[in-house]
Write a protein that binds this ligand. Structure first.
Ligand SMILES: C[S@@+](CC[C@H](N)C(=O)[O-])C[C@H]1O[C@@H](n2cnc3c(N)ncnc32)[C@H](O)[C@@H]1O
Length: 290
């Protein structure tokens, strides 16, 4: 089995497990120790379903109790503060950089004609702005349709996007998008999939696959103890936003594991996709080409 698949099949938590080692070293070190664990133990450690797992807590998602940012009537000042915090973390903790690397890779293999991008769950649209800034600097022509379901979120996004005519804003529920098949060269969805039930996540992934003419990049938190603990630490020490403090942890608990995301993608009919771990195992990026 390919080393990368092997690592993902074990949730990626010990992603060196499947790496090839010289024959002489196979029985030694942590890798050798892990290989010495009887195979029937692994399913017990990584089994989904009930109970806590060794490397990832059970998914906690209650559609009746959404993240504070998704609740209607949320205080506007607090919501604005939340979006500023999210943008700050995206900018300084590598969120923009991560998406940009994948978009650059996609753009490099795409003819230099204009790129037509769809960004789903855009929030304050800071990712679209970062992409347009890059395109302007590199003489690439880019248009982005930034979609969000929350009208207040879009109001902030429009305000912040005043000087970015390459971005147009539209309000839609991601579970029922109105676009025709193959409408966009590239479809992005960042830090948003965990806002949905597994059934809705499958619907959204299916639509992403349908709408993308060239490819798609879905980037999200990855549920495991490390993500939960580091997020708890940073949310409590670096942020004063009450929405961020609550939602950051709720997001980590609602996020999927690599294995779950792969299963959702398969159910959604995606083929020829890959999932890569990022940011010290705290994030994952699902990409595919058409
Ligand atoms: C955590 S924010 C992500 C913002 C941005 N993409 C980023 O990476 O920072 C998730 C976004 O998904 C949006 N969202 C949640 N449920 C939605 C739905 N059913 N339809 C459309 N957008 C939704 C929220 O309004 C929010 O802006």
């Amino acid at each position: 089995m390919d080393a990368r698949r092997d690592c993902f099949s074990r949730d990626g938590a010990l992603f060196f497990v499947g790496m090839e080692m010289p024959e002489s070293k196979r029985a030694f070190g942590l890798n050798g120790w892990l290989r010495s664990i009887p195979p029937f133990i692994w399913p017990a450690l990584f089994a989904s379903g009930s109970g806590t797992r060794l490397f990832a807590p059970r998914r906690r998602f209650d559609p009746g109790s959404p993240e504070l940012m998704d609740r209607p009537g949320m205080d506007r000042a607090l919501l604005r503060e939340e979006l500023q915090t999210l943008e700050y973390f995206n900018r300084h903790a590598g969120g923009h950089w991560l998406v940009l690397q994948y978009v650059k890779r996609f753009a490099a293999s795409h003819p230099p004609a204009s790129l037509n991008i769809l960004d789903l769950g855009t929030g304050a649209a800071d990712i679209p702005r970062a992409l347009v800034a890059w395109a302007r600097q590199n003489q690439r022509s880019l248009t982005i349709t930034a979609v969000d379901g929350n009208p207040e979120m879009l109001e902030f996004a429009r305000e912040a996007g005043r000087d970015w005519p390459e971005i147009q804003f539209e309000q839609h529920d991601l579970r029922a998008l109105p676009y025709a098949r193959g409408s966009f060269d590239l479809v992005l969805c960042s830090l948003t999939l965990h806002h949905f039930t597994t059934a809705d996540a499958v619907t959204i992934l299916h639509q992403i696959h349908q709408l993308a003419r060239g490819g798609y990049i879905v980037n999200d938190l990855r549920r495991n103890w490390l993500t939960l603990w580091t997020t708890a630490f940073f949310a409590r020490t670096l942020s004063r936003s009450p929405i961020f403090r609550n939602d950051a942890l709720q997001s980590c608990r609602a996020a999927f594991t690599v294995r779950e995301l792969r299963a959702l993608a398969e159910q959604a009919g995606l083929s020829n996709f890959q999932i890569e771990p990022h940011q010290a195992l705290c994030r994952m990026v699902l990409t595919g080409r058409k």
